[in-house]
Design a protein. Structure first.
Length: 623
DNA sequence: AATGTTGACGCCCTCTGCTGGCCAACA
DNA sequence: ATGTTGGCCAGCAGAGGGCGTCAACATT
């Protein structure tokens, strides 16, 4: 395993002001541990008495509580019993100035001692009748009766680092620190693991490694859930999953992270950074695992997750889970086949059963030769025999016998109006907010300048508003594919601009796609966008001005008045449809394409389904 | 003074799981 | 012609493992 190089000096992440530290291990921002000149907590173990050196996280918290409690107490409790706590208290509250701003070096002290004159306080303590002289550190209230111990202790307050590294600018208080550091330059790792080939710079690293990899000893356990880990800092990080603490806020959105890594990773959605690149197709990813999953798509042998309930095989575990939940979850009510009324426990068996009806039309009309695939279709058909029209257009009040007829009417006649086709489909009405939209709403910023691109945001918002709307007829679609298909089929305009791969590889960006598409469509259709409804009426008015000064009503059209000039709209219509749509008689004679385009009437206005039943039959106006 | 131990900080990695867009088949 | 659905895939966040490094303190 390659040795990683620490890059902690380079911080690419900007943090909000409220977050004092960029450390992902900080337990509590309110804890008043000492801070360094960088405004961070000092590295290393917080001052702690030997007795209190346990791995217990609670004790760690208790220690901080003790510190806080001591803050509230008066300062006269410098008894020997409280010496350590007092030391901790002072350490906890010492500031940059109080710790590092030393004055002259007392002559008696070694080079490593603090340079400011530290008064050694002497306190008389009555102990079993004997008078003992107590020596007290003026920096942290550490007390001892031994002078050499106090002197040794004072070294901890020193900033002097006499041991300089020959390979870099760093210096250290002790030679062992220097030795360890130099070993990092030289790659010397004297501590070899006896279970594997790993070796480490310090014994501590080796011990930790052995715990992680070999003994699996996990001394730190979460009392709430039993999670155990090798390192205390990991337990603290874990505890945040219980408390929900997320101290690291994204400056660009509402996201908050429990640690710096996740925030840094999250920030890529704002910066657009994609550090992980596929070596095969050059597609880039924001996360390493996305790349890893992507690489599987290039493999000849892809992973497979077979469903245990059916022959389906999924490429991902999560997809299998989704498949099982959707297809094989038992329904509270049995699902009935609408062709034979047989009941089925889940969606999958119903679907498989449905294939047995392939080509069958179970629901036959008793009055005519009509047969339907569903009972609903037959029911709608029967309305025509009954003479009932239960489906009303909310826009014009027109009544229809069948749902499909109403839908077709709304599509044809009220497309440009505010009328919406009312659907009960939960897939439409309860559609979840789409991820891409949320992504577009992210505020893109220039990280170097920190300036938000308002114009881009506005464009993106507008783009979202206009998503999948046909620029010719303004009809809205649920996907780019449907819109593409619509513009190709209805408006005879093919544009394959939306190439997802190009888009994702940044060869074409969102702006390119939409700007180009919009421009091209605008140019092509500048003079061709004619309101269909108006043109129909206009044309009809012309045709009938001489006769009745009235536009024909729908029944007249469908009855097929010989005098009505036909409205050419489409290049090809099935012969069945030509027969069905009686009023389109002269269609084949129409050759003037420009005329067709001038009228530009949507094919769907007239083309019926491919079945042999005439459209006007279905429309229910035939009597 | 030298050495050892322990804990903290920081970074990166992987695994996991959910979400939503896209596509093709089907209705 | 269009809507719906299931599978595939990328995006992205939650959680945890592992290790390099440094500092404080204890022991020899």
């Amino acid at each position: 395993m390659a040795t990683r190089t620490s890059t902690r000096s380079t911080k690419a992440v900007k943090f909000v002001d409220s977050v004092e530290s960029d450390d992902d291990e900080v337990l509590d921002k309110s804890s008043s541990l000492p801070i360094t000149t960088e405004g961070k907590k000092p590295r290393g173990r917080p001052p702690k008495s030997r007795r209190s050196q346990t791995n217990d996280d609670d004790e760690w918290d208790a220690r901080n509580e003790q510190i806080d409690d001591d803050d509230d107490d008066n300062d006269d409790g410098n008894t020997s019993d409280h010496g350590r706590d007092v030391t901790k208290k002072i350490l906890a509250n010492r500031t940059i100035d109080s710790v590092y701003d030393f004055g002259e070096t007392p002559r008696k002290w070694s080079k490593a001692t603090p340079q400011r004159n530290s008064t050694i306080s002497k306190t008389s303590v009555s102990d079993s009748g004997k008078s003992m002289e107590k020596l007290m550190c003026s920096y942290c209230n550490y007390t001892t009766t031994k002078k050499y111990l106090l002197q040794r202790h004072l070294k901890s307050h020193s900033t002097e680092r006499p041991h300089k590294c020959a390979y870099c600018d760093r210096s250290f208080k002790t030679t062992i620190q220097l030795t360890n550091h130099v070993n990092t330059h030289l790659g010397v790792k004297p501590f070899q693991c006896k279970f594997c080939s790993f070796s480490f710079t310090t014994s501590g690293e080796l011990i930790r490694h052995v715990r992680y990899k070999h003994t699996l000893e996990k001394p730190h356990r979460c009392e709430e859930c039993g999670y155990a880990t090798v390192e205390l800092s990991k337990l603290r990080r874990h505890i945040r999953t219980h408390t929900g603490e997320k101290p690291y806020a994204c400056p660009h959105c509402s996201y908050c992270s429990p640690d710096t890594f996740k925030l840094k990773r999250h920030l890529r959605v704002h910066t657009g950074e994609r550090p992980y690149q596929c070596t095969i197709c050059n597609f880039r990813f924001t996360q390493s695992n996305s790349l890893k999953a992507h690489m599987l798509t290039h493999q000849a042998e892809k992973p497979s997750f077979p469903c245990s309930y059916c022959p389906s095989v999924m490429a991902r575990k999560s997809d299998l889970r989704y498949h099982v939940s959707k297809q094989h979850s038992r329904q509270s009510e049995p699902l009935a086949c609408n062709k034979c009324d047989e009941d089925f426990p889940d969606k999958y068996t119903l679907r498989m059963h449905g294939k047995t009806h392939k080509g069958q039309t179970i629901h036959s009309c008793t009055h005519c030769e009509f047969s339907a695939n569903t009972s609903q279709q037959l029911d709608d058909h029967m309305n025509k025999h009954r003479g009932t029209r239960p489906f009303q257009c909310s826009e014009c009040g027109l009544m229809f016998a069948a749902r499909a007829d109403l839908r077709a009417h709304v599509t044809r006649t009220h497309r440009n109006a505010s009328t919406t086709i009312i659907t009960n489909s939960p897939a439409i009405n309860n559609r979840r907010p789409q991820r891409r939209v949320a992504s577009l709403q992210h505020r893109y910023i220039d990280v170097s300048s920190g300036i938000e691109d308002d114009e881009q945001q506005q464009h993106q918002q507008q783009q979202h508003d206009d998503d999948y709307r046909c620029s010719i007829c303004q009809r809205q679609f649920t996907s780019a594919r449907l819109l593409d298909r619509h513009t190709y089929v209805v408006h005879e305009q093919k544009h394959d601009l939306y190439d997802e791969r190009d888009y994702q590889t940044n060869e074409i960006n969102d702006d390119d796609i939409h700007d180009y598409a919009d421009d091209e469509l605008e140019e092509k259709n500048e003079n061709k966008i004619i309101n269909k409804h108006e043109n129909i009426i206009e044309r009809m008015d012309e045709d009938y001005d001489d006769e009745e000064d009235l536009a024909p009503n729908v029944e007249d059209i469908i009855e097929g008045d010989e005098d009505i000039e036909q409205i050419p709209t489409i290049k090809s219509v099935s012969s069945a449809n030509k027969k069905q749509i009686g009023y389109i008689r002269k269609f084949d004679e129409q050759e003037d394409l420009s005329d067709k385009r001038k009228l530009n009437i949507d094919r769907s206005s007239f083309k019926s389904n491919d079945d042999e039943k005439p459209d006007f039959d279905v429309f229910g106006f035939d009597g």
